[in-house]
Design a protein around this ligand. Structure first.
Ligand code: DAO
Ligand code: DAO
Length: 204
């Protein structure tokens, strides 16, 4: 239907709009290599942006063509860096995820990005975020995690629609979004689709 999109490999569905006015830009898959040989599908993700916030970039990019915008590193850097409301929705497909493995994957993936953007380890910040991941949470297949950048660079985390915590940090927001739309994204095709989605919001 016109109101959902499906991630083809896993069959996971994403609504085309969340939180009132956040529009789906692209969907993809987060895989993880285990023991260097096997790759597991961990979660499908959808990236959403608040239409009116993306339009703030019009002044700077509105004069460029669609392909110029999409090919621009500066454009993605601005999307990562600016106070635009966005949501990344993760839907778990791996059936044996433990909180301990989420914590260590996060320390690796997000830890790398915190270092890349700030030049330091930011152990405190990483710990503030991972301390939200309580051992009693369960993340069976089908669990939905929303990571949202709210106005003022507040990273809000929800599990199955229930808020588990918020942290105000521009660096943390930027580092999480970088996993999906940065220079070395989890899913390159998804990043292309997200770029196309952003561009069409800019031009319409
Ligand atoms: O069972 O050893 C294993 C593999 C676990 C892979 C865990 C990857 C976790 C990725 C982050 C998930 C975030 C919700
Ligand atoms: O895929 O490497 C990755 C990290 C993605 C961000 C994971 C955030 C998980 C927050 C869930 C808390 C669950 C207790």
């Amino acid at each position: 239907s016109s109101s959902t999109a499906v991630e083809p490999k896993t069959g996971v569905l994403f609504p085309s709009v969340v939180d009132g006015a956040r529009r789906l830009l692209g969907i993809g898959l987060r895989k993880k290599n285990v023991f260097g040989l096997k790759s597991i599908d961990v979660y499908a993700f959808g990236v959403y942006a608040e239409v009116n916030d993306v339009k703030k970039l019009r002044e700077k990019y509105g004069v460029l063509s669609e392909s110029e915008v999409r090919g621009s590193k500066e454009f993605f850097a601005d999307v990562l860096d600016q106070d635009l409301r966005m949501t990344v929705r993760l839907q778990i497909v791996y059936g044996r995820l433990t909180i301990g493995s989420v914590r260590s994957a996060f320390e690796e993936s997000v830890g790398n990005r915190l270092k890349k953007f700030s030049g330091s380890d930011n152990k405190e910040l990483l710990k503030r975020f991972t301390s939200l991941f309580r051992d009693e949470y369960k993340l069976p297949r089908g669990s939905v995690i929303d990571l949202s950048r709210e106005q003022g660079y507040i990273l809000q985390t929800k599990i199955n629609g229930k808020e588990v915590g918020s942290i105000q940090s521009k660096l943390l927001c930027q580092s999480i979004l970088d996993l999906y739309i940065g220079d070395d994204p989890f899913d390159k095709k998804a990043k292309e689709d997200i770029g196309a989605g952003l561009t069409s919001l800019l031009q319409n």
